[in-house]
Ligand binder design. Structure first.
Ligand SMILES: Nc1ncnc2c1ncn2[C@@H]1O[C@H](COP(=O)(O)OP(=O)(O)OP(=O)(O)O)[C@@H](O)[C@H]1O
Length: 254
């Protein structure tokens, strides 16, 4: 594999939190990489450091020691302002907590994120409409206020919002954590489609069905990666893939 295929690389990435003189070592000299175009899934037991890792990979948080390089840029050396700009331009985020602005329509929520990077309102508006359509939200629904929608519709809009600035990577933290199984499937279908179109995705999940959408799994335990699995790209009803994933997780004591 050429080094260009690596879009994120960590070098002895460590994150320690200190409270009242007590230090918690959450990430421990972690070396890993994320490949361009992959749908990478981060799994592991509760408290293993999955969200902390996602935050470090996306520049939402800075390492205590070690380095994170994204698309050739050593983001761990950047100032908070530079990091904020880097995130706006290169990263899309989808969280369990959907966080759309209730006072805006879905369309305006997506546009608002686009206008942080571009001043061309017309172009941003057209792209917002196109992305909402792509995630299965029609024009009438796009005009409704976020608070009047189902969790699944809101999360699909949040994926459109994450894509508005054409990010290098989309980071998702338990994106189906608050959804019922039907809405979860629709949201996962959108993420799968977006990845098939070439978008790099990094997703934290506890859920086996969500994890099966990935083509690579990183298993985190006590702040270190203790297992990795490469799978063929997702396809419906692939019992062989599911068996491989289950065996991998079983082996790691999941
Ligand atoms: N800002 C913080 N200050 C202090 N401790 C923190 C902070 N953020 C995370 N931690 C601690 O780091 C550890 C790992 O947390 P993290 O949320 O990354 O784990 P996780 O694997 O995502 O867990 P879960 O699956 O339960 O969401 C936990 O013990 C948590 O309490």
């Amino acid at each position: 594999m050429s080094p260009n295929d690596i879009v994120i690389r960590t070098e002895k990435l460590s994150r320690t939190f200190s409270h009242d003189g007590v230090q918690t070592h959450v990430l421990r000299k972690l070396d890993t990489d994320i490949r361009r175009g992959d749908f990478t899934v981060i799994m592991g037991p509760s408290g293993a450091g999955k969200t902390t890792l996602l935050y470090a990979l996306s520049g939402m948080d800075r390492p205590s020691l070690g380095a994170v390089e994204v698309a050739g840029v050593r983001i761990s050396d950047r100032s908070p302002d530079q990091l904020a700009r880097f995130r706006r331009e290169h990263c899309g985020f989808v969280f369990q907590q959907i966080n759309l602005l209730d006072s805006l329509s879905l369309h305006d929520n997506v546009m608002a994120a686009g206008l942080l990077v571009s001043r061309d309102r017309q172009q941003v508006a057209a792209r917002a409409t196109e992305l909402l359509e792509r995630v299965g939200i029609d024009l009438a629904t796009a005009g409704r206020f976020a608070q009047t929608l189902s969790g699944g519709e809101a999360q699909r809009a949040a994926i459109a919002r994450a894509l508005i600035n054409d990010p290098t990577i989309v980071f998702a933290d338990e994106p189906t954590g608050q959804l019922n199984s039907e809405s979860s499937k629709l949201v996962l279908d959108v993420l799968t489609e977006v990845n098939r179109a070439g978008q790099t995705i990094v997703m934290v999940t506890h859920d086996l069905h969500s994890a099966l959408r990935g083509n690579r799994v990183l298993y985190l335990r006590d702040g270190s990666i203790t297992g990795q699995l490469d799978l063929p790209a997702y396809s419906d009803d692939d019992a062989q893939r599911e068996a491989e994933m289950t065996a991998f997780l079983f082996e790691l004591g999941w």
